[in-house]
Design a protein around this ligand. Sequence first.
Ligand code: GLN
Length: 304
Amino acid sequence: MLDFNKIINNIHNNLKNNVVKGVVASYIPELSKQDVNQFGIFMQHVDGRTFKAGDAQTPFSIQSISKVLTLSKAIAFEDNNLWKRVDVEPSGNPFNHLSLLELENGIPRNPLINAGAIVIADILCTKLENPKEDFLKYVRDIANDQSINYNFKVAESERKTGFNNYAAANLLKSFDNLNNDVDVVMDFYFHQCAIEMTCAQVAKAFYVFANSGRCFNNIQHITSSQVKRINAIMLTCGFYDESGEFAFEVGLPGKSGVGGGIVALLPNHLIISTWSPGLNPKGNSLIGMQALEQFTTQTNLSIF
Ligand code: GLN
């Protein structure tokens, strides 16, 4: 039997003193205040066992990890139009690139790049009565933790400097792929990215994707067929132009965020999340990627 406690603590010890830690995101000024030395790992087994090392209980900005959660909320409405408005192909481009969006007539490549997530945010702004409150409630419910909240300073910091994201939203609007006002959708988008969670809370929220759509409390939030689609998109698009690299090195569906968080999962087995704010040039946590590569290599647990 695998000794997860030992494996996770060894990986943490191996990597915590790495000299090369990557660079903390500075394009969202509030995120640049993060201490590059923080590093946590949390593993949630579907049988209920948990294992942790380092700063696994420190809240961080989940950023693009939120895109999987908004996608799952939008998919649950079973709106056939969704897949007409956003595609399911890897972009091979950085998360915020706009050139393909213009070339492809305002249909984003997938829901995990910024433009695609903005379309999903638009869908939620239409479907939810109180979008920000209702979405936060959903995240709290699937994570079984009512203390999860937005960090309003981070949302405001991103709004003030979000010229590229506003450009994406305006481009979508010009192609008739945004139904609500740009400002309304961007307010929702900046808030979803500014949710703060710990590695432990992220792993618990992603339990639904490892457990055929059922959360911790055994409530069915999405169908197993919807989970299949979400996990497929995480595998092919979760790390932008490094998705191939993540599949190659780690071999699990997963999602990163520029706050330095990563979450990955093995369906019906486990969810593992890491947080280390230093990013590599592609915008993914440098130490987090290495930790997950070591985890699947040492345990031989991957979808392959
Ligand atoms: N909020 C960030 C942005 O829109 C999310 C990007 C990310 O985490 N990769 O730029």
